[in-house]
Structure formats: structure tokens, C-alpha cells
Design a protein around this ligand. Sequence first.
Ligand code: HEC
Length: 136
Amino acid sequence: MKKIVLAFTLMGSLLLAGPYTKEDRIKDMHEMADAMNTIQSGFFYNNYDTVASGVTSLSTAIARIKPPMEEEDDKDPLAKYMNVKIQMSNKIVKNINQKALTILERFKDGDSAQAVQAYTKIMGQCMKCHRELRHW
Ligand code: HEC
């Protein structure tokens, strides 16, 4: 019995760790868009918990973003170019994470102007990736 349970647990974690697909990425994009809306309403309603929950969901979603499996495994001559794109997107992801923390710190300090500025910078990073990588 124990073995069967173990087998199911293993299968479950293998399924969860399956390849990252285009659909997964679009789902994460939606989650990030929702998170941005949550942060924004936290600003408007002056509610720290709302801002914090938006920041948490943004950081968790952005951590999952990567090129879908099919494209990562690409062996064609474009693969090198893809690597440049991956490096670039890693940088963007890091920037977004840093600015998300800034939002929290500034908002907590009552400096909403700086918090909003960090928010705007995140939006700039989203759009940067979309401009350069959206045809991914
Ligand atoms: C690493 C690059 C990258 C970053 C950073 C990024 N996106 Fe995206 N986004 C994409 C790509 C690529 C697509 C096109 C859909 C796909 O193929 O996954 C997309 C599509 C979307 C879509 C449309 C999804 C659909 O239903 O078609 C939304 C909404 C979105 N992104 C929101 C965001 C938000 C909000 C942020 C910033 C918090 C963000 N994205 C940051 C690469 C990125």
C-alpha cells in the first residue's frame, strides 16, 4: 500500500515538473497582469495588504517565466540567438523582481510617489520584453 502511495506521489511530482509550455506561459502572463491590477488597486485604496498580495503573486509568476520547452531545445542555427534572448529576459525578470520589492518598501514607508514610480518601471519592463520577445 505504501509503495502505491509513493508511486502516485512520484508520478504527481513528475507531472507537475513537466515541460513548460506556451500555454503555461500565457497563464503566467495572465497572472502577472492580474497581479499588476491588484497592486494598482492597493495604491488607490491605500491598502498595504492588497499591494503586498499583488507583489507576492507577481514575484511567484515571474519566477516561472521561461522559454517553452520546444524552443529551449531548439538546435537550429537560431539557437545562439535564442540564448541571447534568454539572457536578456533573465535580466528583465530580475529587474521586475527588484522593483516589486521597492514597491513594498516605499509603500510601507508611506512614500506612494516612489512606489508608483517603481510600478511604472515594472510596466516598462513588461513592455520591453513584449516589444523584443513577443514573437517568441
Ligand atoms: C520574458 C519576457 C516577458 C516578460 C518579462 C513579460 N512578458 Fe508578457 N508576454 C511575453 C510573451 C512571449 C507573450 C506572448 C504569449 C506567449 O507566447 O507566451 C506575452 C504575452 C502577455 C499577455 C497576453 C497573454 C495572452 O493571452 O495572449 C499578457 C496579458 C502579458 N504578457 C502580461 C505581462 C505583464 C503584466 C508583464 C510584466 C509584469 C509581462 N507580461 C512581462 C513575454 C514576456
